[in-house]
Design a protein around this ligand. Structure first.
Ligand SMILES: C[S@@+](CC[C@H](N)C(=O)[O-])C[C@H]1O[C@@H](n2cnc3c(N)ncnc32)[C@H](O)[C@@H]1O
Length: 317
């Protein structure tokens, strides 16, 4: 967060401008033009919107770890559409890397990402790279980029994915982008093993009905509710600090070594909590279903769903 400084009016305006661009869903599948005007844009983004994305990565990578994804200490990691580089920073913090390539169509973004990553992980070789035609990364990271690509851009991304050994995509938890991610997932099933979050490798059941979408919520640190800078920033730019919706997908070309057995299902979205129970949407190979958890019979689960819904990936059988 706006590192030990109170956000200036200029910073708040920059964050609000970027947020408006990202939330604009009227582009109708058109690519979003380059919006980074200078380093100050990246700095303001990284402190607030980037920090929120970092918490989504923390949640997604924790799940990848629990599903058996191996460390990457000897590997080359590519952050595609790196922006301020938050995805690579969070990945290296969780899984390590030998080398990180920061790629973005914006030179200002690439240089910012390289600098912040060098400061965060001095032992890792970090470099910017504009042309990716010959790059075959061990690990490809894609964070909040899918919604900015048109059909052409997505085809290029798919070709890059197909040249990668492992891929982690973390995207917003919106209906449209999550469904786009699920559709991309289904085109990659023949070539990759799914690491997370899916408990199965069948076609995505969230695509069967138009009103479903595969998404989750990450938990922000307590600081966002107690730190006056965070509270003021969130209020000024219209961020709901309690809500960090995301979708994600982790893939591996080779099967994982000794993975834990897959969970029977994955809880999606937010449970619908009432005084007597909770309705919870779960995904399994057989499709999406809604499970009723009654307070009377499953009091502990109901309480956890009410207090810490983000922590429940699987319901007890
Ligand atoms: C919303 S920002 C996300 C940045 C960063 N990945 C994150 O999660 O904070 C999207 C980034 O993708 C970049 N981008 C958009 N289209 C691109 C393309 N076709 N090729 C490379 N980068 C692209 C933008 O310049 C921007 O830095």
């Amino acid at each position: 967060m706006l590192r030990s400084m109170t956000p200036s009016h200029d910073q708040l305006e920059r964050i609000a401008r970027l947020r408006e661009l990202f939330l604009d869903e009227d582009r109708g599948g058109k690519a979003l033009a380059d919006y980074w005007r200078d380093e100050q844009d990246l700095l303001a983004y990284d402190a607030v919107l980037g920090a929120r994305i970092g918490w989504k990565w923390d949640a997604a990578l924790a799940e990848c770890k629990d599903r058996g994804m191996a460390r990457a200490d000897a590997e080359v990691v590519l952050d595609f559409g790196c922006g301020s580089g938050i995805a690579a920073r969070r990945f290296v913090a969780h899984f390590g890397a030998r080398e990180v390539i920061c790629h973005d169509r914006s030179t200002a973004a690439m240089m910012f990402a390289v600098r912040t990553l060098q400061a965060a992980a001095p032992g890792v070789v970090v470099q910017p790279q504009r042309k990716l035609d010959l790059v075959q990364p061990d690990v490809l990271l894609v964070s909040h980029v899918l919604g900015e690509l048109d059909g052409n851009g997505e085809a290029q991304l798919r070709s890059l994915i197909e040249r990668s050994q492992r891929v982690v995509l973390v995207e917003p938890g919106s209906h449209a982008i999550s469904r786009r991610l699920s559709a991309l997932r289904d085109t990659l099933l023949a070539k990759f093993h799914i690491v997370a979050p899916c408990p199965h490798a069948s076609a995505c059941p969230a695509l069967v009905q138009g009103n479903d979408w595969c998404h989750f919520f990450a938990l922000p640190p307590q600081q966002v509710f107690t730190d006056s800078d965070w509270v003021r920033t969130a209020r000024t730019v219209g961020i709901d600090s309690r809500s960090l919706p995301y979708s994600f997908l982790a893939l591996s070309r080779t099967p994982l070594v000794a993975p834990p057995s897959p969970p029977p299902h994955r809880v999606l979205g937010r449970p619908d909590i009432s005084a007597h129970g909770a309705k919870v949407q779960i995904c399994a190979a057989s499709g999406l279903t809604v499970r009723d958890v009654t307070k009377r019979h499953e009091a502990a689960t109901w309480r956890t769903l009410k207090k810490h819904p983000e922590s429940v990936r699987t319901l007890p059988s």
